[in-house]
Write a protein that binds this ligand. Structure first.
Ligand SMILES: Nc1ncnc2c1ncn2[C@@H]1O[C@H](COP(=O)(O)OP(=O)(O)O)[C@@H](O)[C@H]1O
Ligand SMILES: C[C@@](O)(CCOP(=O)(O)O)CC(=O)O
Ligand SMILES: [Mg+2]
Length: 380
């Protein structure tokens, strides 16, 4: 039996980090996905002699554990958890999982994979028990770059595993693709499991990344509550990857440490971010029908993004590579902000309609010129 599930990455338009401390944030799914393909041998095949395998195709590494070894190390977990209400991974269980991951020598340059492997082992053994099987993971998302690869990994894995366990199943088709969607209740369950995976990778996630990866579209998120945002006119964003690697867990912990050193100052910063996210989400929802409204909507969005970036600098999560992108885009009067945990990773630049119209006019002018010269050429 083979089950395939995919989940998208995301951008955060406003509110990263502050959302961990209770502020609102706004995020949107993007069309880059992580896909998990689960292969299960027929029941009875492999048995106690079988293995649990994971093939991480993007990093070119594969790992496996004999089922008997997993059963010995995890005991209770391997008797399968209550699937409708996942329990958090206890520190003892996480330590046992970490020891299982350490059985493999992961190259130093790819040691960051160990958090993903721990999340994999937790999700697999909690949902399917110590049953043999193989998962092949592939992704179009850069890892550790702020586009939510950790959440897309946990969501796609949870989707495939819960489908195999028979507790969720796909319903309607996604327009124009070979993919089918899960119903609302099933998505809720996938989201709850994926959050447990994110906790293993991030330490203290807000839940926004797994929520937007599970439910898609554009959302406002505050203290676990999700509101779908209906955006009349889509805004265009350029995503620049600084290619500076960083780790969300460390950056989130750094902000919490700063908050405990300066509780009042940081509470004001988080409050300001909350106001920005609230205003941004209401602007997104304003149905812009004509050109003037769209322009003023973009101007407001740009200003809010600029203010949010300033507050992210206050939190200590910007980086010289991010500042370079900010300066470069500012030369063209374009506003940018980091997205995700910062410290490197990706930067968003709002591309206003005026620029798009300008580009379209340029392309039209060039093709017109080209047309003229190609027509006139034989006569000249
Ligand atoms: N396709 C994948 N295969 C294995 N691990 C993954 C994959 N995608 C994400 N991860 C795990 O998630 C981590 C990156 O998550 P994080 O630091 O939160 O950055 P982001 O979510 O912005 O990409 C990786 O170091 C790895 O442990
Ligand atoms: C910094 C944070 O707000 C977003 C992290 O996103 P990413 O892992 O950098 O894609 C953390 C969180 O909300 O869990
Ligand atoms: Mg992440």
């Amino acid at each position: 039996m083979e089950i395939r599930a995919r989940a998208p990455g995301k951008i955060i338009l406003a509110g990263e980090h502050a959302v961990v401390h209770g502020s609102s944030a706004v995020a949107a799914a993007i069309d880059l996905y992580t896909q998990s393909s689960l292969h299960l041998p027929p029941p009875g095949d492999g048995g106690a002699g079988g293995e649990v395998e994971v093939d991480l195709t993007d990093s070119g590494l594969a790992f496996s554990w004999p089922c008997s070894r997993l059963l010995e190390a995890l005991g209770e977990t391997c008797r399968k958890a209550e699937l409708q209400a996942p329990r958090p991974c206890s520190p003892e269980e996480l330590a046992s999982i970490a020891r299982l991951v350490e059985l493999h020598e992961i190259p130093e340059a790819k040691i960051w994979l160990s958090a993903g492997l721990s999340a994999f082992l937790y999700l697999y053994t909690s949902i399917l028990g110590c049953r043999p099987g193989k998962v092949v993971v592939s992704s179009g998302l850069p890892m550790g770059a702020g586009l939510g690869s950790s959440a897309a990994f946990s969501v796609s894995l949870s989707g495939a595993l819960l489908t195999a366990a028979g507790v969720v199943c796909a319903e309607g088709a996604v327009d124009g693709t070979e993919w089918r969607l899960l119903g609302k209740d099933h998505l809720e369950l996938v989201n709850t499991w994926a959050f447990q995976g994110e906790k293993i990778i991030h330490g203290k996630p807000s839940g926004i990344d797994n929520a937007v990866s599970t439910f898609g579209s554009m959302i406002k998120f505050k203290k676990g509550e999700l509101t779908n945002l209906k955006s009349g006119n889509p805004v265009k964003m350029l995503i620049t990857d600084t290619r500076v690697g960083r780790n969300t867990k460390a950056l989130v912990a750094g902000v919490s440490e700063r908050a405990s050193r300066h509780p009042d100052a940081m509470a004001s910063v988080f409050h300001a971010v909350n106001t920005i996210s609230e205003e941004l989400s209401s602007i997104v929802e304003l149905a812009a029908t004509d050109e003037i409204a769209m322009t003023s909507k973009e101007e407001k969005l740009a200003e809010l993004m600029e203010m949010n970036q300033g507050l992210l600098q206050c939190m200590g999560v910007s980086h010289s590579s991010i500042e370079t992108v900010l300066r470069s885009t500012l030369k063209y009067n374009l506003v940018s902000k980091l997205t995700g945990a910062g410290g490197g990773g990706c930067v968003l630049t709002l591309i206003p309609t005026r620029i798009l119209l300008y580009l379209i006019t340029c392309v039209a002018f060039i093709s017109l010129k080209y047309l003229r010269s190609s027509i006139s050429f034989p006569f000249s």
